[in-house]
Write a protein that binds this ligand. Structure first.
Ligand code: MD6
Ligand code: FE
Length: 205
């Protein structure tokens, strides 16, 4: 579709995961959420809540609270380590990321109806040679990607269940966000909504 117009460094693999792979991933995510419950992050300083809920798996997890954005080894509410990254996600990374070390963090974002994600760049990592690998599950969403400056043109891309998107190289620090969801466009999740997984390398290999 708009593939050829995607910014350099972005790799978009529509429907990379088939229906069974998507269902298997959802079951694994549900297990993770039992151990590491979804929480509502808040913006640094203002304390304004995000409209998405989050959790993580992997040795490190991304969190946001009044003190700032950071990676940490423990769930902010349970104090326990995050559950491990499931094998199918590690395999996805080794097959696609073109990076010699495994991901250290998998951020799990859960979008209910009306949830969105403001324009941001993923820059809390200490290793930008690795891409960020994203997996979308559930309802469609309008993703928006621009350049490395906040101002400037952006391109919308409708992400669907099973889509994989990698932002590496020139696009690793590009601004991006989720404008909106399209409720009722997928039957993958019992109660609708969308899950986005982002696999990240945090520390140098
Ligand atoms: C989302 N994705 O799709 C939000 N970040 O819900 C991201 O923030 C993202 O898709 C880095 C790389 C790829 C992404
Ligand atoms: Fe992001």
């Amino acid at each position: 579709m708009v593939d050829k117009a995607l910014p350099a460094g972005v790799r978009y693999l529509p429907r990379f995961l088939d229906a069974q792979a998507q269902r298997d991933l959802v079951a694994l995510i549900r297990d993770i959420c039992r151990d590491a419950p979804l929480f509502t992050p808040v913006m640094p300083r203002t304390g304004k809540p995000f409209s998405v809920r989050m959790t993580n798996c992997g040795p490190l997890g991304w969190v946001s609270d009044r003190d700032g954005y950071r990676y940490q080894a423990l769930h902010p509410q349970t104090g326990r380590p995050w559950p491990p990254i499931p094998a199918p996600l590690l395999d996805l990374w080794s097959g696609l990321a073109d990076f010699p070390a495994p991901p250290e963090a998998c951020l799990i974002n859960w979008y209910g109806e009306g949830a969105r994600m403001g324009l941001h760049k993923d820059s809390d990592e200490a290793e930008f040679a690795a891409p960020v690998l994203s997996v979308s599950l559930g309802d469609d969403a309008r993703f928006r990607i621009g350049g490395v400056e906040r101002k400037g043109p952006t391109l919308p891309l409708r992400l669907m269940s099973g889509d994989v998107l990698l932002m590496g190289n020139e696009s690793r620090l590009a601004f991006h966000g989720i404008d909106r969801l399209y409720p009722g466009t997928s039957t993958l999740l019992d109660h609708g909504g969308r899950i986005n997984l982002t696999l990240r390398r945090v520390n140098p290999a």
